[in-house]
Design a protein around this ligand. Sequence first.
Ligand code: BGC
Length: 243
Amino acid sequence: MEVLGIDVGGTGIKGNIVDTDTGALIGEKFKIKTPTPATPEAIIECLKQMVEQFKWHGKKIGIGFPSVIKNGYSLTASNIDPAFINYHINHEFSLALGCDVKVVNDADAAGIAEITYGKGKGVNGLVIFITLGTGIGSAVFYNGQLLGNTELGHLKYKKSIFEKYASNSARELKHLGWKKWAKELNVYLNHLDLLLSPQLILIGGGVSKFFDQYTQYLDVKTKVDNAALFNDAGIVGAAMAAV
Ligand code: BGC
């Protein structure tokens, strides 16, 4: 089935039409800068632009969104406007876009794609997928089954949370080289490993394609690898979650 998949991030909003039976992207990816402030009204305008760009008349749209999503509501807002806290997101987006819109957490969306078509495929036991972008998102799978909304980027670290030290935006903001940043990432990955004893940790998000630059600085007992679908996983998984 063809579904419009959209990945809303703290920095950019990306979309494409996805064949949910194969995970293939159909056509050219379209990207818009995330507006600031990222209020519901501003995000809806971007989503309308996306629908226009793809001339989307299909029945369904799947959206990955950087918030805990429960019972059709967005509950948290770390890198988006606080107006999204307790916002009836499925309902409001469906109303605004005139079709059935299903929203899931962005890391869960990307993880679904990676566990189905990427390096998580067929792995038994626990797989932790993390996205390192503006924030840190996580998707946890047990025998391929998602345990949603885990928010492992928000584990306490130093005076704040790991997201403020090991995300890609932390690397950019503090002008850290790969080695210095990877030191924080290494602490984070070892913390996850200690808490959950996974079989595999997969790294997704913008930095997954630069894995060669920092893998040598990571020292974790469990296998750590980069995601196979790189940054497109968010779009593919969002579309898959809608069906
Ligand atoms: C949010 C998560 C999201 C992650 C990646 C975090 O700040 O709390 O819900 O998955 O960023 O975008």
